[in-house]
Design a protein around this ligand. Structure first.
Ligand code: ATP
Ligand code: MG
Length: 279
């Protein structure tokens, strides 16, 4: 039996062929090469159609549509307010998040200079903003941010160095003891908003937070949720119960678009809306 050559397989993956196609086997090389030619032609045509549809009708790529759907759900149904905070943060914030030398995240940080880095997560900024809003209003605070985060990753099909996190947080919105219940409701709401129904909620223990709730679909971690009171809260002057979920927007788009690699959903000059520009 013959498999695709490495170059053929790469090209088929690039053109977003189904897994069933990229794993096909053939009786002979001749049969394989003829099948490749035909498939490549069909896939190029299909991708051109998609590009045409995007530019003439849809106009907004999948990852950005996911962001809009979540924004709509949060602001219209859940009374959330969107905030935007700096991408460059002080390294001392990482210490306050307990991301110390022994934590793998510390090694993943991109340093801008000795004291400043690109944020690997939104939590440090959101901790501060939610605390101050609560101090001023003395009411439950519900805020979210969607923006770039940066981590040095060994790449792979589910990781990028630059990705988009949507982090929602609530402070003083639920009674102590019902945080996990609220997290589950928010996780369900998020999946409903983006139209994913085949997901699992997985409870786990993590280094930075004590208990987390992950949303997993097709074996891909889409989001991690966590809650407090938490030992870190004192570093930030927070004393009320809180819950929060960080969703990776490219991961959500990857699952929705049935992409084999996250690069298709990420910020890119090689792909537009998951469509390769080398057509
Ligand atoms: P993983 O274990 O998959 O590396 P993580 O648990 O380290 O992810 P979190 O810190 O929980 O990631 O970040 C929240 C969400 O952000 C993840 O669930 C994922 O959807 C997304 N995310 C994290 N790192 C990346 C990355 N390098 N590229 C794309 N998305 C990411
Ligand atoms: Mg996680």
């Amino acid at each position: 039996m013959q498999n695709w050559s490495i170059a053929q397989k790469q090209r088929l993956v690039e053109l977003n062929a189904d897994k069933s196609i990229t794993e096909r086997e053939f009786e002979s090389l001749k049969e394989r090469d003829a099948a490749f030619k035909q498939l490549e032609r069909d896939l190029v045509k299909e991708n051109k159609e998609k590009l045409k549809n995007l530019m003439e009708r849809e106009h907004i790529p999948l990852t950005l549509r996911v962001e809009r759907e979540l924004e709509k759900w949060l602001t219209e149904k859940e009374d959330y307010t969107r905030v935007a905070t700096p991408i460059i943060i002080g390294g001392d914030k990482l210490t306050k998040m307990n991301i110390e030398q022994d934590n793998h995240l510390r090694e993943q940080v991109f340093w801008v200079d000795r004291k400043k880095c690109l944020r690997p997560m939104l939590a440090p900024n959101l901790y501060e903003v939610m605390r101050d809003l609560h101090r001023i209003t003395n009411k439950p605070v519900r805020i979210f941010e969607a923006g770039s985060c940066f981590r040095k990753e060994s790449q792979g099909a589910q990781h990028m160095n630059e990705f988009t996190m949507l982090n929602l947080v609530e402070l003083d919105s639920v009674e102590d003891g019902s945080q996990m219940e609220r997290l589950e409701a928010l996780a369900k709401g998020a999946m409903e908003a983006v139209g994913i129904d085949h997901y699992e909620l997985v409870r786990e223990s993590s280094g930075v937070y004590i208990e987390t709730l992950d949303i997993v679909a097709d074996g891909v971690e889409l989001a991690s949720g966590s809650y407090g009171p938490h030992p870190l809260d004192a570093n930030w002057g927070i004393f009320e119960p809180w819950v929060g979920i960080g969703l990776g927007l490219e991961r959500v788009a990857m699952v929705k678009g049935e992409y084999q690699t996250i690069k298709r959903a990420g910020k890119s000059i090689a792909y537009v809306d998951g469509i390769p520009l080398k057509l």
